[in-house]
Design a binder for this molecule. Structure first.
Ligand code: MG
Length: 442
């Protein structure tokens, strides 16, 4: 593998990069509204034209709420995102911006995140984020945990279970080291068969591009090892689900403006306003952070076999306390614990940024932090806002949110709601075994 594939080395001429690095094919990829990654495999000999004009797709065939009569959806690769696939270095992966009629489309997830980053930039802010990707390693049919010996009730940080997956985890981690992402730890998580791998935070667009690539890479490398990596929020009802906690901080130059050393939680007024925006808009945010029917089996969930769900059950925040929706683990940053593994990496960041900027612009007050165990004492909090109980609740909250619509734009929100309502209706059209058992003798 070429040692130059790092953020510091941003290629401009992809054809020249192909020559220099031995790239035979480019995977010109984009992420659609559902979070799926779509791509065309383009021989290096054709990349010059594709870099200028983009690769054409039938937008209707992906999840964008476009019609078969619409013209080509054009994916224009961003050369700054070039990554040689660590497991197949002759292929160069690229994230793209989506255009139609010569302009960026409003419902493009990456386009949307760019818009939110530009809005923050107008306020003089750079947004830095990190994500904690949790995932399960399952048998190829997805029915069972890949390691039959991984069955302890308290399996978090289990050294033996982690080492039985050494070959997969280190292949992914070695790839991140090589790509210059600065990975720093890997562990067995709370559920049997569940793992988490962490790399350094960065600017929001960089983190989102890496998040997309990480999911793609984890699936590909797991497959190589005869396993199936899944980011499904709750693949097993009795085990802890897969979250995707997001850490956020706002910067002006080298100064973290969320930080105030004299504050008990280490947050500045701006930090509290941003948290206020996340709290005010939490229900609408769930449509993006918990975007599938299965997401709602992770939040508001009953206790798992390990003793805790590790996911939020109300719209609250606290200091270094993992039972709340927002944790302030250290000075000047906060961890949003709501997102799950199904969240679209771009819309995750874009929606958090929109809600937070809404808080900053309106100087919203998040109220007092609650330093209690929400899993055992949550019932004593009378005025805490509740989380949506299902996808329909969340989609309706987004539909009704003028703040989120105003920031993200109807051009993104309307097609997204259309997509999610179709998903909800498809789910409702399914007759479950539980319904039959509970209702047959009614
Ligand atoms: Mg975790």
């Amino acid at each position: 593998m070429d040692q130059d594939v790092t953020k510091a080395c941003t290629p401009v001429d992809l054809a020249a990069e192909a020559e220099r690095r031995g790239i035979s094919y480019f995977l010109i990829s984009y992420t659609d509204l559902s979070g799926a990654q779509r791509a065309k495999l383009v021989p290096a000999s054709a990349i010059r034209g594709m870099q200028e004009r983009g690769a054409g797709f039938a937008g209707f065939a992906a999840a964008f709420q476009l019609s078969p009569a619409d013209p080509d959806l054009v994916a224009v690769p961003d050369p700054a995102t070039l990554v040689q696939l660590p497991w197949k270095p002759e292929v160069g992966w690229l994230a793209s911006d989506l255009k139609m009629h010569g302009g960026l489309i409003a419902q493009g997830p990456r386009n949307t995140l760019r818009r939110m980053i530009a809005r923050a930039a107008k306020m003089g802010l750079t947004v830095k984020t990190g994500v904690e990707c949790e995932f399960f390693l399952l048998t190829p049919d997805g029915q069972a945990i890949g390691d039959p010996h991984d069955n302890a009730p308290k399996s978090c940080y289990d050294a033996s279970a982690l080492m039985r997956r050494y070959d997969v985890i280190t292949e992914i981690c070695d790839a991140m080291l090589h790509l210059g992402w600065e990975p720093y730890q890997n562990d067995h998580e709370d559920a049997n068969g569940q793992f988490e791998m962490n790399w350094m935070f960065d600017e929001a667009l960089v983190t989102a591009d890496r998040h997309v690539f990480f999911k793609f890479m984890a699936r590909a490398i797991a497959e190589k090892h005869g396993l199936r990596a899944t980011f499904m929020p709750k693949p097993f009802m009795d085990l802890t689900g897969s979250g995707c906690h997001a850490h956020i901080s706002l910067w002006k130059g080298d100064t973290n403006i969320c930080q105030a050393d004299t504050d008990p939680l280490g947050l500045s007024a701006e930090g509290y306003h941003f948290v206020g925006g996340l709290i005010e808009n939490a229900r609408a945010l769930c449509a993006f952070l918990n975007p599938v029917v299965n997401s709602y089996k992770r939040i508001n969930a009953p206790r798992t076999v390990s003793g805790a769900t590790w996911s939020p059950n109300a719209v609250t925040y606290a200091g270094d306390n993992r039972t709340h929706m927002i944790r302030v683990p250290g000075k000047g940053r906060f961890e949003m614990r709501l997102p799950d593994g199904a969240a679209n990496p771009y819309l995750l960041q874009a929606s958090l940024l929109a809600a937070g900027l809404n808080g900053l612009e309106r100087r919203l007050d998040p109220g007092k932090p609650l330093d209690i165990n929400m899993y055992t004492e949550g019932h004593t909090v009378r005025d805490a806002r509740t989380l949506p109980l299902n996808l329909l609740d969340a989609v309706r909250a987004l539909d009704a949110s003028t703040a989120m619509r105003g920031l993200l734009g109807d051009g993104l929100v309307d097609p997204y709601i259309h997509l999610k309502m179709a998903e909800w209706n498809a789910y409702c059209g399914h007759l479950s075994e539980w319904e039959r058992q509970a209702t047959l003798d009614c």
